[in-house]
Design a protein. Structure first.
Ligand SMILES: Nc1ncnc2c1ncn2[C@@H]1O[C@H](COP(=O)(O)OP(=O)(O)OP(=O)(O)O)[C@@H](O)[C@H]1O
Ligand SMILES: [Mg+2]
Length: 243
């Protein structure tokens, strides 16, 4: 569904991605593992059209999107939930969801969009209960749910999540990842960047390990969980409480 071939990207003179080749199949959850600064967010930004690739190519659903802009990419069905949630704090929960439908908004589909808002409130009842509250008054976990629900308002076929559990209590974070699994079971394809590598690999089907802008290892989530190098560098002592 998504394929990157030899993608290079830089910020000024700083090379951030070096020959990145990866793919995400329809209906898979794929995770990117790597230390701070390894290039995980840059990969998502390059796919979203927010960072330009210096060379290499990116294709989504068989279409070349290497030079597409972010609006075109959202319209193709690929949506990124940004790091740090970035909900509109002074707007209500419901208005945040409506804004998530910007890419398909027209007077003619007003009813369809409003019905989708209702669907999100059924999926996330806590958001429904708080529909008129300013988004800034929600807890961190609720804001993350809102950011996810807002992304779903574009009716994506593939979702990219950048550190969705940042700053969340472990129980809330694992509930969030359970929701991501449920969405995959409903047919969504997911590219997940997650600070907690163990939780990410338990949620994902496959993963790629990044070091300073390069992919150094790839495999099934199970193989990576069992890999001694991955265990030593990214999985800590196995003392985390995530499910
Ligand atoms: N806007 C920017 N301007 C200049 N350099 C940047 C910018 N964004 C990222 N970089 C650099 O590019 C490299 C990759 O950063 P990136 O944000 O992709 O890493 P990451 O794997 O997402 O890290 P983290 O786990 O900390 O989020 C780093 O060396 C970083 O300093
Ligand atoms: Mg990042």
């Amino acid at each position: 569904m998504l394929r990157l071939t030899s993608v290079e990207a830089s910020y000024g003179h700083v090379k951030a991605l070096r020959g990145i080749s990866l793919h995400v199949g329809q209906g898979e959850i794929v995770t990117l593992i790597g230390a701070n600064g390894a290039g995980k967010s840059t990969i998502l930004q390059a796919i979203s059209g927010l960072v330009r690739a210096d060379s290499g190519s990116i294709a989504f659903d068989g279409q070349d999107t290497t030079r597409a802009n972010s609006g075109q990419i959202v319209r193709l069905g690929l949506c990124q939930v940004p790091e740090g949630r970035q909900v509109f704090g002074s707007l209500s929960v419901a208005d945040n969801l409506l804004l998530g439908a910007w890419s398909r908004w027209s007077g003619a589909n007003r009813r369809e969009v409003l019905a989708d808002v209702q669907d999100q409130f059924e999926r996330f009842p806590r958001l429904g209960e708080r529909r008129s509250q300013p988004a800034g008054s929600l807890s961190g976990g609720e804001q993350q749910m809102l950011a996810l629900a807002r992304g779903l308002m574009s009716r994506p076929r593939m979702l990219m999540l950048d550190e969705p559990s940042l700053g969340l209590a472990p129980i809330i974070a694992s509930q969030f990842l359970a929701e991501v699994s449920r969405l995959r079971d409903e047919g969504l394809t997911v590219l997940l960047v997650e600070q907690n590598a163990r939780a990410a690999l338990r949620t994902a089907d496959r993963g790629y390990v990044l070091e300073t802008g390069r992919i150094v290892l790839e495999g099934t989530a199970q193989d990576l969980l069992n890999n001694p190098e991955v265990q030593r560098a990214y999985l800590g002592k196995g003392d985390d409480v995530w499910a």
